[in-house]
Design a protein around this ligand. Sequence first.
Ligand SMILES: Cc1cc2nc3c(=O)[nH]c(=O)nc-3n(C[C@H](O)[C@H](O)[C@H](O)COP(=O)(O)OP(=O)(O)OC[C@H]3O[C@@H](n4cnc5c(N)ncnc54)[C@H](O)[C@@H]3O)c2cc1C
Ligand SMILES: NC(=O)c1ccc[n+]([C@@H]2O[C@H](COP(=O)([O-])OP(=O)(O)OC[C@H]3O[C@@H](n4cnc5c(N)ncnc54)[C@H](OP(=O)(O)O)[C@@H]3O)[C@@H](O)[C@H]2O)c1
Length: 492
Amino acid sequence: MAARCWRWWHWSAWPRTRPPPAGSTPSSRRQLSTQEQTPQICVVGSGPAGFYTAQHLLKHHAQARVDIYEKQLVPFGLVRFGVAPDHPEVKNVTHTFTQTALSDRCAFYGNVVVGRDVTVPELRGAYHAVVLSYGAEDHRALEIPGEELPGVFSARAFVGWYNGLPENRELAPDLSCDTAVILGQGNVALDVARILLTPPEQLEKTDITEASLEILRQSRVKTVWIVGRRGPLQVAFTIKELREMIQLPGTRPILDPADFLGLQDRMKETPRPRKRLTELLLRTATEKPEGEEAARRAVASRAWGLRFFRSPQQVLPSPDRQRVAGIRLAVTRLEGVGETAWAVPTGDTEDLPCGLVLSSVGYKSRPIDPSVPFDPKLGVIPNTEGRVVDVPGLYCSGWVKRGPTGVIATTMTDSFLTSQTLLQDLKAGLLPGGPRPGYAAIKALLSSRGVQPISFSDWEKLDAKEVSRGQGTGKPREKLLDPQEMLRLLGR
Ligand SMILES: Cc1cc2nc3c(=O)[nH]c(=O)nc-3n(C[C@H](O)[C@H](O)[C@H](O)COP(=O)(O)OP(=O)(O)OC[C@H]3O[C@@H](n4cnc5c(N)ncnc54)[C@H](O)[C@@H]3O)c2cc1C
Ligand SMILES: NC(=O)c1ccc[n+]([C@@H]2O[C@H](COP(=O)([O-])OP(=O)(O)OC[C@H]3O[C@@H](n4cnc5c(N)ncnc54)[C@H](OP(=O)(O)O)[C@@H]3O)[C@@H](O)[C@H]2O)c1
């Protein structure tokens, strides 16, 4: 690599508008063809968006080289740190991602925080194109008084804790209370409720961390309220996840039939998936269970309930103000109809006592680098079909492109589209010409800054270690939680 002849390319030398420069010289056209032969592309983030973008680029361009930079020591983003441990089948996508990483035209560099260890302009100098696929790492704040009290956590942190995200490994939530409240009615809220209520012995064969399992074993939480500011027709969770809750061993659902009055008529105009979901909610709320199901619910020691038309107003402190004791909810009513109806406060409030509040009102992307446009309101990088607005050669995919919603399949489609856009631009000669150094230049920068990247084969060693640690207890893996320990294991 070092012997390869390359020179730095300067953005200032490249026009900011498309199409490519009129009157481009034959020599610049020659440069374009070089770059078309071996485009050096870099992807920031190794979650589904990063890996699916890389996969598509490698498949549809026979010479393209793709380097994936990741801030964690380990790959796979929310597939490892988000997807619930009791959904192992979802994690099978990592096999496909591994095939991509093992391509001889792809490289993985973990332990590199883009925006801190290396800047986006530096990456743009080293590659023909850069794709930002760094997801949504923050949580949306409630912005209500008391949010900072002990006993209030973001669902993001809680999920990170049970899934072994290094920054959340010390969270150790106090589960000695009787009642927990989850704010928000999306699939993350249901994941969190399910993990809180699942009999711990059922989690023992999953990849949940042993430390969190130990705390869950001691949990005294008996009731979990999942609170939404709108109504049953506007819940954000999906039917499969609701069904799982309804069937959760040792638990029974609490739904107020009054919340469902008149819903049968309004349901007629709703699209089919929403209709089926609402029908299941309605049946659960209004039909008396019989037979085995009635017996199961009668002996259930734990319960979960959906509370509708309640918007969080204030977290209430205990008398000594040392921790959470409840939540004040503003009672709401809906204006408008269907999925786009919005909640307005009626002026009434309701206090719900609880010892744990988990705020599950969505994730949020952060800006990565001052040179990259960012829309703070929408929390996305402004883009057209994945092209970052006004920055040629820069692209985005996944949650940072379209906001923090959508399952892995949605992220796949979206990432393929970004890759297609990039390849079209490449073909049209819209990317900078001339050879690019790729990782050779970044390696030198990282080394001068004391950063030690983790390769995919390093990850395979850590992976093997995790799998062997899990074997003794029948778990698919026991995750390594401490980056220092991981580095030690790799002999660093
Ligand atoms: C709790 C939870 C559970 C979910 N469960 C499911 C499920 O069961 N099924 C399903 O289909 N979908 C599920 N999803 C949705 C799915 O996880 C997302 O659609 C998908 O992960 C989004 O992919 P992404 O690559 O955009 O983001 P991410 O998966 O977040 O990947 C982004 C990557 O970028 C890295 N990164 C961030 N900043 C930097 C930086 N500065 N430098 C370098 N790297 C950086 C991150 O570490 C991360 O690895 C779930 C989501 C959540 C939050
Ligand atoms: N099993 C799975 O497939 C799975 C598991 C987890 C996550 N995911 C996916 O990951 C994505 C993210 O999930 P998510 O649950 O974080 O987000 P989400 O689906 O957007 O749900 C967010 C919830 O928070 C509520 N909310 C937002 N702001 C609020 C506020 N200020 N006050 C009160 N409530 C507020 C929303 O209500 P409004 O509708 O009223 O705004 C909604 O109920 C989703 O696409 C989800 O399907 C999938």
